[in-house]
Design a protein around this ligand. Sequence first.
Ligand code: GLN
Length: 316
Amino acid sequence: MRILDAVRYSLERLEKAGVDDPLTDAEMLVFNAARAERLSAYIDNPEIGGGLFSKIKRLTARRGSGEPLQYIIGHVEFCGLTISVGKGVLIPRPETELLVEEALKTAKREALNVKRNDSGAKDGPSSDDAGLIDFSPFTPHPSLSVLDLCTGSGCIALALAKKLPGAKVFGTDISAKALRYARKNAAAHNICNVTFKKGDLFGPLNKGARFDLIVSNPPYIVTSDIDGLQREIRQWEPKNALDGGADGLDFMRAILSGAPARLKEGGIVILELGYGQADEVSEMARQHGFGNVLVIDDFAGVGRILKAEKAPGFSN
Ligand code: GLN
């Protein structure tokens, strides 16, 4: 049997099982199991052994029964990092890369502000915001600190820690399983400027710890909507990483009410939002004393990322 026969087998099974994009998934399963490159597999179409084909059959059956592809192959790409995932941890989504992008832009501006303050210059927003996204690692002022709430696999915290090597990044999550993945991911990428702590939101932080930047992609699905999600999500991904309560906004409320006391003066909060939440969460941010509230759309035109600044003198 050749590798493309295995792809054909897997494709047929996944088609019958009603999987959304059966060819992509069949290729991913087979090429991952065989450790083959897609292009060379199509050009050389090498022989595969019976043991490997049995394994491919098992993986295909798992995918056919609704298990997410990312859990089966065990990883996903996020902001250029390979993030390990499996049952018990939310699979990082492409939209969340927008949050990282926005956080990086903000961190660079914050760092410039800190430097200017150090040199005795006047405080104030930086004009250096050309809107160009530069993903190259950038060493900010050593005191720049970032908090990622509901860190899950650690994807956001790790992408930020990697791209801001001089910053100190903290991630918290209530799930021990998720944190095992987060720590494993930090070790796999040799990222040392990140600390993960177990507990609810701000709970595990040291008293008095304050941050320049608080980011989060919290659970934000309305509880009663969870049953209507595709089976890969509703039957496999952890409910506590999805469920945002009766109106989906429980975590937005908790984060926006707790954040002012945990942000430095002029500090920034950046949140990922669910569909249709932008207006309500913007209003909530203003009620909690935030200013310069800004919503950024995702690729589908959905208001996805909210950014807000702690107003001077406000720390409730
Ligand atoms: N912050 C993690 C992510 O973006 C987990 C989010 C969550 O558990 N809701 O993937």
